[in-house]
Structures are given as structure tokens and as C-alpha cells.
Design a protein around this ligand. Structure first.
Ligand code: GLC
Length: 483
């Protein structure tokens, strides 16, 4: 934030008779000093209004954690509660002795990943991976189209590796959408998220749909485990670090899984597991759809209204990679319309929903150059804004920062609520995966907020990044299934 003192200092420099305009060599006139003063105050005013909209103070953080705890209890009690708290059917953490090799499929965002995972020991895991970009049309067509696309991709992966598709392979399926599991390798899809919406799929078993697509392609594969990405991440981290009790995804969507005592899962009607525990997939993206505590602002509202599923996954829409750029874009557009940014000029690209990619956010946050030159490149060369001033770029950079900080602080609330729920303030590893790996400051911002909430107990929270966690974790679960 620019303080009054800083404005005075900057103006002092302008006033100094030695300073001349660098282009004309002429002394800077009283008029331009006045102009500069006006501009700085205008910038200051815009920034402070944006800060009011996006900054979440400590009282709000506490309120959110408190509400999370109430919602966890309800989700664990009722079958169709908005915060779903889904039993994963995973009742044991790995011992580190799980071995074998598995095909692992990962569907959860823009790319579909097919991997061959070799579990040799907890410190030696080999992953061969191929990514397939999901055609936009397959995301919103009949479900058969999406599942056929997956089967085709698996066929191409097997072919590349000279694996005979008729020879039976064991597979773990990471399917990162809301699914009510009915067993370790079965579950009904009840909702799409992350702008997917395939028809003829809701209420159907996703493993059955996958098996049918394999049959159509004559691929001999046995699906041993159906796993949410968060559960996979938790398991992958617990494989080498037994203190891991929480897995968090910050990718195109956001969600978390944790280890719950079976007696706390009031809605659980299945057999009592020997361990007395069950991993719960919270589906926290759906937290507070009633909008009781979340500090939802006009840009969040607009984003939600324009989305494929208004009113759903509102927490996710404030946090995850698919949406952060859109919040930045909508905030900028608002300022452009008020002629407070880019002299009121936008561009065809900038006007297009979702054109502000999450990678632009990381790059802008990493731009420490005096002229904010990478920010300029992104705005002018990639997003085709006709021209930007340094002041414009400073405003955009601050918007990006505010949106990123808010996301990290909201995520921290969920993590702290889970630590409280498990009574694990004495020590817990929290494995965090996905876009976060490349996003500057995110983990530290989460740490700051966790510290604000937990004080010295925050030292017992070990936040770690993981990579490929979901594919590895799903293979570990597949290896634990004895049939
Ligand atoms: C969405 C999905 C959830 C998934 C998360 C992260 O929130 O509903 O199942 O875990 O995205 O991929």
C-alpha cells in the first residue's frame, strides 16, 4: 500500500530542481506535479478499496473455521448434506510395504493422465506418464464420449509401451469429481464440477461406465480402486511419512481428505473397520453454499452466476486454479468500465471469460522488475490490451496478490478446521498438491494464516508439497485391495 508519506517523498523528488523529465530534458512543471499527485492518490484510492474487498482479517478467519467444524459434523451425519464428507472406503494408511505396478488413470481437469506406477519402496517410486488434453467438447457432451476418450487414451498409452491390451492389467482410477462411493472400486457420480457437465452420467457408477468403454475398445483392465485425488495424495505422502493425516488439492478445483474415527461418521452403516478409521473425502469445494460466513464479493457473485453450476462449489470458486484468473479478470474489467484502468480500454481476448490463465498470476507475482515488464508483456502482448501505464500494472499486480492471498488464507481455514476436527494440534503433516507447486508464496501465505489461527501450535503443522501424489496414492490403494 502507498502511504501518505511515500506520496510526499515521491513528490519531493519531482520538486527537486535537479530532476528533469527524462524524455524532454525540461524541468517538470507545477502542473505535472499536480497531475502526478492526483494519479498517485487515485491509485491509492483504488488499491485501498480493493483491499477492503479482498482482505480477510483474523476475526473472519476464526468465524470460517468455526463454521467448518459445524458443517463437518452435519456432513458426517446426513447422507445428502451440501458439505458431503464422503466415506472413501480406505480404512488403513500404508505401511511402506505396498509393492507392485499398476496402471493409474487420473481425470480431474484439463488433462487426463495415464501412468504406469512402479512401487518399489517408499523412496523409490517410478512413474511413467502421458498426458492427454481433454477436448472441450468431451467435457460437456454425452458421458460416453468422455469415457471413450479415456479408453482411447489408455489404448494409445499401452501401445506406446508395447503392452498387449488383451493381457489383464490392474488399474487404479483417480476420478476427481463428487462421487458417493459404494465400495473401494465403485461409486455414483452425483455432481460435476470444474466446468465439466456430461449428460447421462449422474447417478451412474463411474467404474461401470469406464469398464463399458474398455469393453468397447477390447481392453482387458481390472479396476481395483476408485479414488478421489485428495485421498490419493494423503496416501502417497503417508507411504513415506506416517504423520500425514491430511491431503489437500489446490488445482483446477480444491478439496481435502483426512483420517476420521469411524464412531464420528454417524451416517456410516457399513462394517466396522479393524483400524476404527476411515479416510473422508470432504468435498470442501461445496463449503458454505448457503453463503453464511464466506466473504463473497461482487466479483465472486458474478463469476458464480456465469458458471455452469451457479450456487455450487462457491468455496472452490474463491480458491482454485480454474477460477483465480477469472476473479482477477472480472475485477480488472470493473475498473476498465469505470475508466480507472488501461484508460478504459480492454481487448477482445481480455473480454473473453477465463482468458486470464492461472500461469499469468504466478508470473505476475514473480515480477519484481521496476517497470513490471513481464506484467506488461502478459497484458499487452498476450492479452492484447492496447497500452498500460506503470500505475495500471501496479494495480493489476496488487489485484493478483490480493486474490492469491485470499485463496491461501481460505485454504488455511479448512486445514485448521481439519486439524481441530482430528484433534491433531500436536503434530500432523499436511500434503498439498498441484498448481501450488509453481505458485510463488502460496504455502508461506497459508503458513502465516495458520499461525494467526493457531499461534505456537502452528509449529506442529508440517505443510509439504507433493508431486504426482494422486496417481501414486491410487496405486498404493490398488495394491492394498485383496480380492
Ligand atoms: C473438485 C471435485 C473434487 C476434487 C477437487 C480437486 O472440487 O469436486 O472431487 O477433489 O475438485 O481436484
Amino acid at each position: 500500500m502507498i502511504s501518505e508519506k511515500m506520496v510526499k517523498n515521491i513528490l519531493q523528488v519531482f520538486k527537486s530542481s535537479k530532476i528533469k523529465n527524462k524524455y524532454s530534458g525540461k524541468r517538470i512543471s507545477k502542473h505535472s506535479i499536480q497531475e502526478e499527485k492526483k494519479r498517485l492518490y487515485a491509485e491509492e484510492d483504488i488499491l485501498s478499496k480493493l483491499e477492503d474487498i479482498f482482505i480477510i482479517g483474523p476475526v473472519k478467519l476464526r468465524q470460517i473455521v468455526h463454521h467448518f467444524l459445524e458443517e463437518f459434523r452435519k456432513g458426517l451425519e446426513y447422507d445428502d448434506y451440501s458439505l458431503a464428507m464422503l466415506p472413501s472406503f480406505v480404512t488403513k494408511l500404508p505401511t511402506g510395504q505396498e509393492l507392485g505396478n499398476f496402471i493409474s488413470l487420473d481425470l480431474g481437469g484439463t488433462n487426463f493422465k495415464v501412468c504406469k506406477v512402479y512401487l518399489e519402496n517408499p523412496y523409490q517410486i517410478r512413474v511413467q506418464q502421458k498426458k492427454f488434453s481433454i477436448p472441450e467438447t468431451a467435457k460437456n457432451a454425452d458421458g460416453e464420449r468422455l469415457f471413450d476418450f479415456m479408453a482411447d487414451s489408455v489404448e494409445s498409452f499401452l501401445k506406446d509401451r508395447n503392452i498387449n491390451k488383451e493381457k489383464e492389467q490392474e488399474l487404479g482410477f483417480t476420478f476427481s469429481f463428487p462421487v458417493r462411493q459404494t465400495g473401494i472400486n465403485s461409486g455414483e457420480l452425483y455432481l460435476w464440477s470444474k466446468e465439466f457437465n456430461c449428460s447421462n452420467t449422474k447417478g451412474k457408477d463411474v467404474v461401470m461406465m469406464l469398464n463399458e468403454a474398455f469393453k468397447r475398445n477390447k481392453i482387458n483392465i481390472k479396476v481395483k480402486a476408485l479414488v478421489n485425488d485428495t485421498v490419493g495424495i494423503l496416501m502417497a505422502s503417508a507411504y513415506s511419512d506416517p504423520q500425514t493425516f491430511i491431503g489437500v488439492v489446490l488445482g483446477e478445483g480444491t478439496n481435502a481428505a483426512y483420517v476420521e474415527k469411524i464412531e464420528n461418521i454417524a451416517k456410516w452403516k457399513g462394517p466396522q473397520p479393524e483400524s476404527g478409521k476411515m479416510i473422508i473425502n470432504t468435498e470442501w469445494g461445496s463449503f458454505d453454499e448457503e453463503k453464511l460466513v464466506l466473504p463473497i464479493n461482487k466479483f465472486d457473485e458474478l463469476l458464480d452466476q456465469n458458471s455452469l453450476d451457479p450456487g455450487k462449489h462457491v468455496f472452490e470458486k474463491m480458491i482454485s486454479g480454474f477460477y483465480l484468473g477469472e476473479i482477477v479478470r472480472l475485477t480488472c474489467l470493473y475498473l476498465i468500465n469505470k475508466k480507472l484502468l488501461f484508460k478504459g480500454q480492454s481487448s477482445i481476448i481480455f473480454n473473453k471469460p477465463n482468458s486470464f490463465d492461472i500461469q499469468y498470476l504466478s508470473r505476475i507475482e514473480r515480477d519484481y522488475s521496476i517497470e513490471l515488464s513481464d506484467t506488461k508483456l502478459i497484458l499487452q502482448d498476450l492479452l492484447l490490451i492496447p497500452s498500460t501505464t506503470l500505475s495500471d500494472r501496479r494495480i493489476v499486480r496488487r489485484i493478483v496478490e490480493l486474490v492469491g492471498i485470499r485463496s491461501a488464507r481460505l485454504t488455511a481455514c479448512g486445514v485448521v478446521a481439519l486439524l481441530n476436527q482430528m484433534n491433531k494440534l500436536d503434530g500432523c503433516t499436511v500434503a498439498v498438491d498441484n498448481f501450488i507447486n509453481d505458485y510463488p508464496h502460496f504455502i508461506n501465505r497459508m503458513r502465516d494464516a495458520i499461525h494467526e489461527l493457531l499461534g505456537s501450535f502452528s509449529e506442529n503443522v508440517n505443510l509439504i508439497h507433493t508431486k504426482d501424489g494422486s496417481s501414486v496414492g491410487t496405486s498404493i490403494i490398488a495394491s492394498m485391495v485383496n480380492e
